[in-house]
Design a protein around this ligand. Structure first.
Ligand code: ZN
Length: 189
């Protein structure tokens, strides 16, 4: 394929020039991925809003290529839990990913096993390296969209099922009007 050139527009709307794919994920796409399923069902009944979307170019999912794009994660909460992406391992566990914060604030929650979980703060200008073998998800704790640029080996693949089954052990929830990172078993949500 030919080289591609994009410009990132941050205002008034976040757009990657001519993305080949724009994938909205609604509340109903988060079933099985949130701490409070009843609150999620309420959100779905109230109009099933778009929680986040990804914009990507047409890069083939083949060895040697790098897939990249933009995640736009909107502000809000499901119960006490801040809006989040589903999160995934890479099918090829030995592959890494780089994220860069473009706008907004929140966390990248990463996990390699039940005892190895971290919530890395992210805002505009943050560059995060997700080393091979770590599941990862974004959480928006602000009141504007959290916009992240990402790049990873195009043939890495997404494994949503493994982390959905075990669950992330760290949750980012609202406590007395402020975001707090808590252990799932202590969350009571
Ligand atoms: Zn990834």
């Amino acid at each position: 394929m030919e080289p591609l050139l994009h410009r990132l527009h941050l205002d008034p709307q976040v757009l990657l020039d001519a993305p080949a794919a724009r994938r909205p994920r609604r509340a109903s796409d988060l079933r099985g991925f949130v701490a409070d399923p009843a609150a999620l069902e309420e959100l779905i009944r109230d109009g099933d809003p778009v929680i986040y979307e990804t914009l990507e170019p047409a890069v083939p999912p083949e060895p040697g290529h790098l897939m990249y794009g933009i995640t736009v994660l909107y502000p809000g909460r499901v119960g006490r839990e801040y809006f989040l992406t589903r999160g995934h391992y890479h099918v090829q566990r030995e592959t890494a990913e780089v994220y860069m914060g473009m706008r907004g604030r929140g966390y990248l929650v990463v996990q390699r096993g039940p005892g190895e979980a971290r919530a890395l703060p992210v805002q505009a200008g943050s560059i995060l390296y997700v080393a091979p073998g770590w599941a990862h998800r974004a959480v928006n704790t602000g009141d504007e969209p959290l916009v992240l640029f990402y790049v990873f080996p195009a043939d890495a693949g997404h494994d949503y099922a493994a982390i959905a089954t075990s669950g992330f052990t760290l949750l980012v929830v609202e406590v007395e009007g402020r975001p707090a990172v808590v252990e799932r078993r202590a969350a009571g949500v």
